[in-house]
Design a protein. Structure first.
Ligand code: JHZ
Ligand code: ZN
Length: 416
């Protein structure tokens, strides 16, 4: 198995002219948390560079690490983040209310992870999860979610259709950035959907990445940093249409896209069609379809780095104790690119059972259960899971009342 490959053609439009937007050096893949037994081994590291396709203006990685290597044994579990579960519960309820008409209807989720979303609707219709990570699929099955282990593709879609039939709804959250051969996956979705079926997917939005979000959402798992404009080019070419879109406040800001097979009779004057037009217009006004907009992104990241490292150095020099809060995938981009290690953060807490007792890839910081923060009482907390700041600050208000300060690291440093 090749561990990684270099991409010379755009996976959205086939273009071959790229502009380098950001070079984050070399680092391990972000969910490759290190077990104590492997601490003595050297980790695999891979280049992490982001390029813009000059033709379709899609932002994507130049080096693609093998999906087998990234996803077969996966540490991320949706169920570990309460705000995320609540977010998906709301979506699951919307799916049932709006798109499911009979208990015989089938809802398929690609990248179903621990089954958090599907378990919410398992008694309302037929469900099927699809996910490549054996360890996570076991949890989904325990949650009562029948799940097929595998990478979704047009081939797998054929087999699924033969086994269980067409789906009224296919859902894929935080997955369409992760699939190198995205075209083939859309083809699979199209062939597995009923004619009026709906494909609902959420992806982090590049408009947020460039403005209020953090550069740390860039890691090997995310091949693409999608805009609706570049996705439209891809869907148009596959005879699929974008029927509706909205921004949802998750992972900073994500796009929730509703798509399906092109229905030529659909009137363009519907409210949903107007929302799609408005969204595309907004991206245009933000300059997301212009090369120039991406040129200063790396300077912004460098300013972020200087600012955070200066603050952390000052705190360490004055003897302050700093803990990390949350060991998300994105945290590893930040720790590795900024070169933050145990001399700054002696430990990081995380709610995911399978991360506890492990070490962050590259930076090798020990991950412990959340209660450690109360027994060890830091002066400052570096909030690596900054996307849940609101909920975490509320949950931890006792710590703040005791004088513990939270550092939000991106896109500019804030101390609360
Ligand atoms: P979280 C994931 O990235 C993975 P990550 C994936 N690659 C993707 O695409 C993005 O989402 C969008 C912990 N936590 O959700 C749990 C606490 O400790 O920001 C998680 O380990 N205490 C599919 O990994 C981490 O933080 C808490 O109170 O960057 C959050 O990870 C809460 C709320 C979370 O995603
Ligand atoms: Zn392109």
């Amino acid at each position: 198995m090749e561990k990684y490959s270099v991409k010379t053609l755009c996976r959205i439009c086939g273009g071959k002219d790229f502009m380098l937007v950001l070079d984050l050096g070399e680092m391990p893949v972000s969910n490759a948390f290190v077990s104590p037994a492997r601490l003595t081994e050297k980790e695999d590291i891979f280049p992490l560079t982001v390029h813009l396709c000059k033709l379709c203006k899609s932002l994507q990685l130049r080096y693609a690490v093998s999906s087998e290597l990234i996803f077969k044994n996966y540490h991320y579990a949706t169920g570990a983040s309460r705000p995320l579960v609540e977010h998906f519960n709301t979506l699951a309820d919307e799916i049932v209310e709006t798109f499911v008409e009979s208990p015989r209807d089938l809802v398929i989720e690609i990248g179903s992870n621990d089954g958090s979303l599907l378990s919410r609707i398992k008694n309302k219709c037929r469900i099927l999860g699809i996910d490549p990570a054996d360890n996570i699929v076991q949890i989904a099955e325990q949650n009562g979610v029948p799940t097929r282990v595998g990478f979704f593709s047009s081939q797998l879609a054929e087999r699924v259709r033969a086994d269980v039939g067409f789906a009224q709804v296919i859902v894929a959250n935080n997955v369409m950035a992760h699939i190198e051969n995205i075209r083939d996956v859309f083809v699979g979705v199209r062939n597995l959907l009923t004619d009026d079926g709906t494909f609902i997917f959420e992806v982090h939005w590049v408009g947020n990445l460039l403005t209020d979000g953090g550069f740390d959402q860039i890691y090997h798992e995310h091949f693409y940093y999608h805009s609706l404009s570049s996705l439209k080019i891809l869907l148009d070419s596959l005879d699929m249409e974008i029927r509706d879109v909205k921004l949802v406040p998750i992972h900073g800001e994500s796009m929730r896209v509703y798509a399906g097979k092109t229905r030529r009779s659909l009137s363009d004057s519907s409210m949903a069609a107007t929302r799609v037009e408005d969204f595309l217009q907004r991206e245009k006004e933000m300059g997301l379809t212009e090369e120039n907009t991406y040129k200063s992104f790396s300077e912004k990241v460098e300013r972020n780095k200087t600012e955070l490292l200066a603050l952390l150095a000052e705190l360490v020099a004055s003897g302050k104790k700093i803990a990390g809060y949350g060991a998300p995938a994105k945290g590893n981009t930040l720790l590795n690119y900024f070169n933050i290690g145990t001399d700054t953060l002696s430990y990081i807490t995380d709610t995911t059972p399978s991360k506890q007792g492990y070490y962050t890839p590259g930076s090798r910081i020990p991950i412990v259960a959340p209660d450690a923060i109360y027994s060890r009482m830091p002066d400052y907390i570096l909030l690596l899971s900054w996307n849940y700041a609101e909920s975490i600050l509320e949950k931890e208000k006792a710590l703040r009342e005791k004088g513990v300060k939270f550092i939000i690291p991106v896109p500019t440093v804030r101390v609360l």
